[in-house]
Design a protein around this ligand. Structure first.
Ligand code: MGD
Ligand code: MGD
Ligand code: SF4
Ligand code: MO
Length: 699
């Protein structure tokens, strides 16, 4: 156990913290501090889930903290928007300017002219979102639907199970059939992999279902490669076999589900041959997968969010959640379906809007993925004329990124970006504010890949003039002349306000204990088998194979498959013009979304590329390493071609995360990506994107 106090306060001391990244692993770390500077950052060996390991990007986090490119003072724009020319100004001047601009714009258009835009640059309890909600609610600002990640997967699973709850991820060690479904575990959830390996050593079969042959697929026992967005058809084919061959746990189904008869009728129409035609997996393989899944116990489906970014993303997760409900896999330790274990903590947290008695915050909502559309919509009333961005880099991470860029370039828009680096988004700001890193502020991190709450003790003083998110919201409230005490609560008070410490899942957990121990397991049973005896939090209390929630939302109540407009079997006219489907996945171990691509020791050599199947390349006269143009009606993108067997014919992939300056023509993968919202849950269909690829010049 490291000594958080240090030997008599002299010499190096160690401080316990938790990784803040938007990553399921929320690893525990130990920072060594010498003369006020962090000199070493290592995994906390005592952390039961991350067990002393971090990852390639965070092993080098100190590069980021002490990077010469960090923004260390407030900046005022001196060049054109997007150009990246700024001059340093003092905090007082920056805050006064923001307060003045907001006040004038709100007086003219009303509070809804202002939007606070955040993602999960840090997913800490108070630094992701806490005091911001109070300030923006008090100002009557527009509200953000921050639904680009996970909300659709959760909603889809909940159509069947009534909630996002599932078993303990660490219980995968008890599994004998592990399906990693639309998740690239070894890249995105890497500390889960050793537990998968442990299961395999004990005899488990590991299956990966992914349209791309990922590093995780390479390490699997069985790789199933459907066409993107067609998994619901694959599930229907599997269910057909499971029902036809009576691999159903009839007693469990009778006791704990509803709608089984309707489901049987539906899947009768989906023999594997029909499913195969839709999803591109051979009928024999679908049947074999169905049999293996239904007869090997315990069987666990592990998924995250990769498959939700499709037009029918919620329906896809609804179908997936039907499988364990028919085989009764929920019964056993090591069985069932796990998506985000964050659902266990969600219900113990309070959102900090207006205090009781001040009424709800009930202004208009804006879906984050439509930021560009809204900024460019001349009829949007009242118009957005003030934007405050923190914890996010929307110019790179939102689909239809060229619209986002054009929207941010609007001269009448007053944009503030609170950032650690001069990101593509920050380059469009009128004022940039310097943000602290996780080493410089306090927080509690609620994991979504395990059941431990992590404490993050600040290890060093803020670098330069950086301030934390909560500190800046307090500063802004003061600059705006607000006096309500709830706009000025301290970080410690905010932590207490966010955590409903009276909740049974937080029994025995106090802020003092968290700080002392560094991480604490949620107070939930071990083993955690939420649905072994049914008890689903649906209207019927059963797993709803015929989903009343889906019916209520106007969707197909039964698992079903429909082609996406920009997916296999979709709009024929579009397919003729743009015959290839583009995926833009997380690809590099040194990246976390767009956060690390500008750091020299994080970015891989060679820059962005498009992976294309050799046959698709040959048909277009494209050779390996050749510059090509990837295009559709949204944008064109110049990259080099990589002939690759990771993609199947008809599918191409460009890695996500590079900034505009690193792309040869200044546009990123997301310039091409579809920004239509999906069926339910507020997600966006960026993986249903059609393109054509053509050679740019011979090598
Ligand atoms: N190194 C690294 N780790 C990360 C991140 C990062 O940027 N870099 N980002 C973090 C974040 S924000 C998140 S949300 C998680 C996400 O974690 P994951 O959900 O595991 O990651 P993704 O790469 O978004 O998607 C996983 C896989 O889904 C596949 N996929 C796409 N469409 C479909 C489909 O229709 N069906 C199926 N079966 N598969 C499909 C993609 O090919 C991809 O390989 O990762 C986190 N961890
Ligand atoms: N094409 C494509 N698009 C995608 C995805 C994909 O797989 N493909 N993945 C999607 C997913 S799952 C997600 S979650 C989103 C992620 O989208 P974003 O959250 O926008 O991702 P990041 O690029 O990591 O941007 C986070 C920013 O927050 C900043 N930051 C970190 N800590 C702090 C802090 O304490 N204070 C402040 N003020 N700033 C901080 C970082 O410097 C960084 O620039 O992208 C989505 N977009
Ligand atoms: S980014 Fe994820 S894997 Fe890396 S240290 Fe943070 S929580 Fe762990
Ligand atoms: Mo995400």
């Amino acid at each position: 156990m490291p000594d958080p106090a240090g030997p008599d306060g002299a010499g190096p001391r160690t401080v316990l913290g938790t990784c803040h990244h938007d990553c399921p692993d929320s690893c525990g770390w130990v920072v060594t501090v010498e003369d006020g500077r962090a000199v070493r950052l290592r995994g906390n060996p005592d952390h039961p889930y991350s067990r002393g390991e971090l990852c390639p990007k965070v092993n080098r986090l100190l590069d980021r903290v002490y990077s010469p490119d960090r923004v260390l003072t407030p900046l005022l724009r001196t060049g054109a928007k997007g150009e990246g020319r700024f001059r340093p100004i003092g905090w007082d001047e920056a805050l006064a300017r923001i307060a003045q601009e907001w006040t004038t714009r709100i007086a003219r258009h009303g509070g809804e002219t202002l939007l606070g835009f955040h993602s999960a640059g840090t997913q800490g309890l108070i630094q992701m979102t806490s005091l911001d909600r109070r300030l923006f609610a008090a100002l009557g600002a527009s509200r953000l639907d921050a639904t680009i990640c996970g909300s659709t997967a959760r909603t889809g699973v909940a159509l069947v199970t009534g909630s996002g709850l599932g078993p303990d991820p660490m219980d995968v060690v008890h599994s004998r059939f592990v399906v990693l479904w639309g998740t690239n575990t070894r890249l995105t959830n890497r500390h889960f992999w050793p537990f998968v390996e442990q299961a395999r050593a004990a005899g488990a079969t590991v299956v990966v279902i992914d349209p791309l042959r990922t590093a995780t697929a390479d390490a699997a026992d069985w790789f199933v490669q459907p066409l993107p967005g067609t998994d619901a058809a694959l599930v229907l084919g599997m269910l057909h076999v499971i029902v036809a061959e009576d691999l159903v746990d009839q007693a469990w189904v009778a006791a704990h589900t509803s709608g089984y008869a309707e489901l049987c009728e539906r899947v009768a129409a989906w023999p594997p041959e029909r499913a195969a035609a839709a999803c591109g997996v051979e009928a024999g393989e679908i049947a074999a997968l169905a049999r293996a899944y239904a007869t090997t116990r315990p069987a666990l489906i592990r998924t995250l969010i990769g498959a939700e970014h499709h037009e029918h993303g919620a329906a896809l997760f609804q179908a997936m959640a039907t499988l364990p409900s028919v085989t009764g896999a929920w019964r056993e330790r090591g069985g069932g379906l796990i998506r985000s274990s964050g659902s266990w903590i969600d219900e113990t947290l309070r959102e900090l809007d207006l205090p009781d008695g001040d009424g709800p915050w009930a202004t208009r909502r804006i879906n984050m993925s439509h930021l560009g559309r809204v900024l460019l919509d001349e009829r949007f009333d009242p118009p957005l004329t003030a934007l405050y961005v923190w914890n996010a880099n929307p110019a790179v991470t939102l689909p239809a990124a060229e619209s986002v860029r054009r929207g941010l370039a609007r001269d009448d828009l007053f944009t503030v970006v609170h950032e650690q680096f001069l990101t593509d988004t920050a380059r469009y700001a009128d004022v940039v504010l310097p943000a602290t890193t996780q080493l410089e502020h306090v927080d509690v991190v609620p994991a979504w890949g395990h059941l431990y709450l992590g404490w993050n003790e600040p290890a060093v003083e803020p670098v330069g003039e950086a301030r934390s998110n909560t500190e800046v919201f307090r500063n802004l409230a003061a600059a705006l002349g607000r006096t309500e005490p709830w706009l000025f609560e301290s970080d410690e008070a905010l932590i207490e306000a966010r955590l409903d410490l009276g909740h049974e899942r937080l029994a025995g957990i106090t802020v003092d204990r968290l700080r002392r121990e560094g991480f604490v397991r949620l107070s939930v049973p071990d083993p955690l088998l939420p649905f072994a005896e049914g008890g689903f939090p649906t209207p019927s209390g059963r797993a709803e194979l015929w989903s009343s929630a889906a019916a209520e939302a106007g969707l197909d109540p039964l698992p079903g498959y429909r082609p996406a407009r920009e997916g296999p079997g979709g709009d024929a006219g579009l397919h003729r013009r743009f015959p290839l489907q583009l995926l833009t996945p997380k690809t590099h171990p040194g990246f976390l979304n767009s956060s690390y691509s500008p750091l020299p020791r994080h970015a891989p050599d060679g820059g962005p590329f498009v992976e294309i199947d050799p046959a698709d390349a040959a048909a277009r006269g494209i050779t390996d390493g050749q510059p090509v143009r990837v295009r559709n009606d949204r944008a064109t993108l110049e990259v080099v071609a990589r002939l690759s067997v990771r993609v199947r014919p008809g599918v191409v992939a460009v890695p996500f995360g590079w900034w505009q300056g690193q792309h040869p023509d200044g546009r990123t993968a997301n310039a091409l990506a579809n920004d239509e919202l999906v069926d339910l849950g507020g997600g966006v269909a960026f993986s249903d994107t059609l393109v054509e690829v053509e050679p740019l010049e011979p090598v």
